[in-house]
Ligand binder design. Structure first.
Ligand SMILES: *Cc1c(COP(=O)(O)O)cnc(C)c1O
Length: 389
């Protein structure tokens, strides 16, 4: 159905998300869906049981408090101290949201004026472009280029103008798997301080890093506390993407600003799940280590299979995703490749090209997720080997 005549100009060009399109294709064709990044195994049983208990005991079945239930805000504060030695006041510096998605939307709607510029890495997570557009602001891409996908910090400096209001970061980065280093973050933080910019940082993959790569929050750098909105979520860390429990941590004025927008989006959400996520955040280190080890072995399984099938593979340092290039197959258009892939070999993937403004930069890049059971990944890589013949 064509909604274009009805859509306002801010949303022009924002059609159905690629994830919905490709997941629908997977359903229609019965292909293995390595497109959308959701696990095919639920998170810890104890956390599920905590949600059931909250529901049965009547905790969170009615509107929870606007900032989130106190138990969860306390657990988020403890989590920031435990993993990053960051101190956040659970009463004034934490806001629970309907997933990271709402946190991003509320931050953009609260902090941007029409005409402001937002610098973000491309390829973008797809909601960034939409939220910046809905706020009437302009996105300014900083392209992460293969094979390293590191940000060019001189280029970043050159993109800052008097209209730049905000840097929108994502580390670990979806889809490339880049994890910003301490040096890169220090340089970005120094630019933010020098130019008095706000930083909104999407860290939903904070616990999903591999090979000893550490996630470092930019909020920990000098001068950043007062200008950083840090966003995370339970979805990816605990394998409950359907619960949509996310959160913001920031200085009290920034949290108040974001909450002002958030209260008119959903007001509150996910009451009983908030209690369960409070328990999840307090799981022992063995849970977080086990999650990383499991995903790392799945990353390697998929990356090896893709290499054997003939893809150029860019090994990620974090997240759920492997980015590949299909140029070795003589393919130039990732979108066309992904539309044909279910027919050709019964697998669904997502074209990274749709996450770039620069149509050349990611033209033949394709993203696969590895947050699936090993048997599923093995079957997918077996099927993908048909491309080689
Ligand atoms: C999955 C994802 C989100 C959305 O998180 P929710 O908590 O499900 O809303 C946000 N940012 C990135 C980069 C993601 O990959």
């Amino acid at each position: 159905m064509d909604a274009r005549p009805l859509l306002n100009r801010r949303l022009d060009g924002l059609g159905t998300t690629i994830f919905a399109e490709m997941s629908a294709l997977a359903t229609a064709t019965g292909a293995i869906n390595l497109g959308q990044g959701f696990p095919d195994t639920d998170g810890p049983e104890a956390v599920r049981e905590a949600a059931v208990r909250a529901l049965r005991e009547g905790r969170g079945n009615q509107y929870p408090p606007g900032p989130g239930v106190p138990e969860l805000r306390a657990a988020i504060s403890e989590h920031q101290r435990r993993f990053y030695e960051l101190t956040v006041d659970p009463d004034t510096e934490v806001l629970v949201t309907a997933g990271a998605t709402e946190a991003i939307a509320a931050a953009m709607l609260a902090l941007l004026e029409p005409g402001d510029e937002v610098i973000a890495f491309e390829p973008f997570y797809d909601s960034y472009a939409a939220c910046v557009a809905m706020a009437g602001a302009t996105r300014v891409p900083l392209t992460l280029r293969a094979p390293s996908f590191r940000p060019d910090l001189d280029e970043l400096r050159s993109k800052i103008t008097p209209r730049t209001r905000l840097l929108l970061l994502n580390t670990p980065h979806n889809p490339t798997g880049t994890v910003l280093t301490r040096d890169e973050l220090g340089a970005i933080a120094a630019l933010a301080v020098e130019h008095d910019l706000l930083v909104v940082t999407d860290e939903v993959y904070e616990h999903l890093t591999f090979d000893g790569t550490a996630h470092v929050p930019i909020a920990a750098f000098p001068g950043m506390r007062e200008r950083t909105v840090s966003i995370s979520s339970a979805g990816k860390t605990f394998s409950f993407t359907g619960w949509k429990v996310g959160w913001v941590t920031a200085s009290a004025p920034l949290v108040t600003a974001v909450r002002t927008a958030k209260q008119y989006l959903t007001y509150v959400s996910a009451g009983p799940f908030q209690y369960a996520v409070a328990e999840a955040l307090r799981l022992p280190d063995s849970f977080f280590d086990g999650l990383r080890a499991d995903l790392r072995s799945k990353r390697d399984l998929l990356a090896d299979g893709l290499t054997a099938a003939g893809f150029e593979v860019y090994l990620p340092q974090g997240t759920y995703f492997v980015t590949t290039d299909v140029a070795p197959f003589g393919e130039k258009d990732a979108y066309a490749f992904c539309r044909a892939l279910p027919e050709r070999c019964g697998v669904v993937a997502v074209p990274n090209s749709v996450f770039y403004d620069d149509p050349e930069a990611g033209r033949s890049q394709v993203r696969f997720t590895f947050c699936k059971r090993k048997g599923v990944l093995e079957e997918a890589t077996t099927r993908l080997k048909r491309l080689a013949v």
